[in-house]
Design a protein around this ligand. Structure first.
Ligand code: PMP
Length: 389
């Protein structure tokens, strides 16, 4: 049956997310997966007894459960974001991306992103028909020069950034870079969409303010999530923003799904209120730091000077540049034949003219150290095999 006439142009042209397509392989036994951006199952707290959590089974408020909003406001205040009057609880930060896109982007809008960037954010922006322009990025985030030029050239409506331990590159904006970006945003009055699901997973002694907290006259949206530190399957995230924007976002949330699942919100709220949260984060950081170091050791031991990468100061990923001429797509296919799942870097490049097939994104938080070592050893055989093909 031909259904092409039924679909609108955004959906009929939509590409699937490679990450989600590959996720089903990671559930197969015998596969070691370095592909997802997933927490270690062993570190996830047990669910609380759900019957104790909610005294009403009715519909809830669109902006979220008040008790959870208060916990989130406290977390945000700790990050220097205490100006927001309200917090909107979302169905993961992915829904925050959807809400802000629907609210501000349309067919004629340009949005700037880092290059490479989180591919599912681009999926959302494309669904709105927006024109995505990538800005070249280095270890400290967006190049200020290229950002300034693209602001001039495209007159974008918004800019999407992941300043802390970015997905996929692991980069973290320095304080200077944050200040430079903030000052340009103020000058041009462009909306900042700051996505920060990894900020708490920091393995070095650094504490950097969100760029949103540095803005005085231009608009910002800050997205957070409990997916990387608690339970991704519960789908609880949040957004904070300028007071003026919030009523519009709330209406879009109403129209989208009425409200986020109340039980899921109360489960998160219960954990935040239990006094265990900070201890839990400290434990995640200690375990993930060890795993990060184990991956760095394995990369050095098995692939040595064949590849290049930086050791990320936080987050969940190594972003590895392959030897000249080795395709990341081919590495992914061959490694899968050897029961190791890795993610090719190509889909993370949002602008066609910047497509780069030379990178892999490797997750170090999900698997144990023994499997990490085995996976990198296997990967090294695949890469060496392709280097001499
Ligand atoms: N933003 C970034 C940068 C991410 O890496 C992810 C998850 N991979 C999300 C948003 C979405 O997270 P969630 O919807 O689970 O909160």
């Amino acid at each position: 049956m031909d259904i092409s006439h039924l679909l609108n142009s955004s959906v009929s042209n939509m590409e699937p997310s490679l990450v989600r397509e590959l996720l089903h392989y990671s559930q197969q036994p015998n596969i070691i997966s370095l592909a997802g951006g997933l927490p270690d199952d062993a570190l996830m707290p047990a669910y609380p007894d759900v019957n104790q959590l909610l005294d009403s089974r009715q519909y809830g408020a669109s902006d979220g459960e008040a008790v959870l909003q208060q916990h989130i406001a406290q977390i945000l205040a700790g990050r220097g974001l205490d100006r927001q009057k309200a917090v909107l609880v979302t169905n993961g930060s992915q829904q925050g991306l959807d809400i802000v896109s629907r609210s501000v982007l349309d067919n004629s809008a340009t949005i700037l992103t880092e290059q490479p960037t989180y591919l599912a954010a681009c999926q959302v922006f494309r669904l709105q028909g927006a024109n995505i322009q990538g800005v070249t990025s280095d270890e400290f985030g967006m190049s200020v020069k290229d950002f300034e030029e693209k602001l001039e050239e495209y007159k974008p409506k918004a800019v999407y950034m992941i300043p802390n331990f970015q997905n996929p590159s692991g980069h973290c904006y320095s304080l200077e870079r944050r200040k430079e970006i903030a000052s340009l945003l103020e000058k041009k009055n462009v909306l900042l969409i700051e996505d920060d699901p990894y900020g708490e997973l920091c393995y070095e002694e650094i504490k950097l303010p969100p760029i949103s907290s540095m803005l005085k006259t231009s608009s910002w949206v800050y997205l957070g999530s409990f997916s990387k530190v608690l339970w991704p399957g519960l789908r609880v995230g949040y957004m904070a923003c300028d007071e003026e924007l919030m009523p519009y976002f709330e209406k879009v949330k109403q129209a989208t799904d009425l409200h986020t699942n109340r039980l899921a919100q109360m489960m998160v709220s219960h954990f935040l209120g239990s006094g265990q949260y900070l201890l839990h984060i400290a434990k995640l950081k200690a375990v993930y730091k060890k795993k990060r170091d184990a991956m760095a050791d394995a990369l050095l031991k098995y692939l040595g000077n064949q590849i290049s990468y930086r050791i990320p100061a936080g987050g969940m990923f190594f972003w590895v540049r392959l030897p000249e001429g080795v395709s990341s797509m081919l590495v992914m296919e061959r490694a899968l034949q050897e029961q190791v799942l890795v993610l090719p870097g190509k889909p993370f490049f949002s602008s066609d003219h910047m497509l780069d097939d030379a990178y892999l994104r490797l997750n170090f938080t999900r698997v144990n150290e023994e499997d990490l070592d085995r996976a990198i050893y296997t990967l090294s055989l695949v890469v060496k095999g392709l280097s001499v093909d």
